[in-house]
Design a protein around this ligand. Structure first.
Ligand SMILES: NC(=O)c1ccc[n+]([C@@H]2O[C@H](COP(=O)([O-])OP(=O)(O)OC[C@H]3O[C@@H](n4cnc5c(N)ncnc54)[C@H](OP(=O)(O)O)[C@@H]3O)[C@@H](O)[C@H]2O)c1
Length: 320
């Protein structure tokens, strides 16, 4: 693209390559980050446009856990439709995975491999890892599967506590370790994205355990990034705010925040940010302008933030 087309100054032609690419990026940042989906305007933070993608997903395999619904399923759709990427999609509900596989294979011609796995079982994770990696090269991994509980912490059943810790914490650490070792052994410059949450930024009354599991993921993912970066592996954490999915509907969170409310994102919109974060190998990424404002507010003194969240969420818990 010429300097004139990008509207750069005449002197830009003689600028150093770094200065020139910064000018081009800054120019694009002014053009690209605002778009409209039905009924809403969206604005991407300009900074994501200053970091060009470092992995091309086309004709490469991306593995996504939790791809049978919500954010994971929308990410799979974007990777197949927009980027021509092959997929390994994983979850417990095989029928949902097969439906998605048929949809994406027919529509785009990419290869989609559905793998059924219950991530609360370490044995199943091991066999899942073998099945996923034995016949293909995986270049990107999205550890997205997660469960929540919305209610009084002392009323959460032991089964629910165990299942949440196993899914959100144990399976993510298990798979991140397995894939990390695998990529190092193969000398692969792969990308890994851990789907955490803005709930990881402050203690969350009535989502106490969930917030704790996500705080683990945010912390763990960032530490892992520094350990693996010298092998050329890019680990990132993705911190969405509210997304309109089964999770918010079934847990009762939709009683306080529903579709169309400020701070609630459609899954397909959130997935665009997540796929961008994966392709760019971003260290930590928060989708959308309103979530950025909320994230900044969550860094206020905890004595202000926690009582506010408690009051807001108590209203939702009382409505359940
Ligand atoms: N929704 C929100 O407001 C929100 C906000 C911030 C962060 N997040 C995070 O975003 C991620 C995706 O959530 P979502 O909103 O898209 O929820 P969702 O629609 O409920 O999807 C969750 C996915 O995880 C899978 N999963 C759950 N337990 C599993 C298990 N034991 N083994 C295998 N797969 C399992 C589910 O598949 P099966 O049931 O078929 O197994 C499903 O595909 C989660 O990590 C969540 O914590 C969500």
């Amino acid at each position: 693209m010429t300097a004139r087309k990008l509207g750069l100054s005449a002197g830009a032609k003689h600028a150093s390559p770094l200065a020139r690419s910064r000018q081009i990026a800054a120019r694009r940042a002014l053009i690209v980050p605002i778009w409209r989906s039905p009924g809403r305007w969206h604005c991407a933070p300009a900074c994501i446009l200053l970091h060009p993608p470092t992995v091309d997903l086309r004709n490469r395999y991306t593995l996504i856990t939790g791809a049978s619904s919500g954010l994971g399923r929308e990410m799979a759709r974007i990777i197949a439709r927009r980027h021509g990427g092959h997929l390994v999609v994983a979850a417990r509900r095989r029928d949902r995975l097969e439906e998605l596989t048929r949809e994406l294979r027919d529509e785009t011609g990419v290869d989609v491999v559905p793998l059924e796995v219950d991530l609360t079982s370490p044995e199943q994770i091991e066999s899942f890892f073998e099945r996923a990696t034995s016949q293909r090269t995986i270049d990107a991994v999205v550890l997205n599967a997660g469960v929540t509980y919305f209610g009084h912490a002392v009323e959460q059943s032991l089964a629910s506590i165990q299942s949440m810790l196993a899914t959100n914490v144990m399976s993510a650490a298990h798979l991140a370790t397995r894939f990390g070792k695998h990529f190092i052994a193969k000398g692969q410059k792969a990308h890994m994205l851990l789907v955490s949450s803005m709930a990881s930024l402050a203690p969350m009354p009535y989502q106490a355990l969930y917030g704790g599991t996500k705080a683990f993921l945010t912390n763990y993912g960032q530490a892992l990034r520094y350990e693996l970066s010298r092998h050329g592996i890019k680990v990132g954490v993705f911190l969405p705010g509210g997304i309109v999915t089964e999770m918010t509907e079934l847990s009762g969170i939709s009683k306080i925040h529903g579709s169309g409310d400020v701070g609630m994102m459609e899954a397909s919109v959130c997935a665009r940010f997540a796929v961008d974060a994966l392709r760019r190998g971003s260290a930590m990424s928060i989708p959308g302008a309103s979530n950025h404002i909320m994230a900044a507010a969550m860094h206020l003194p905890k004595a202000l933030v926690i009582p506010f969240v408690e009051r807001l969420y108590r209203a939702g818990v009382d409505k359940k």
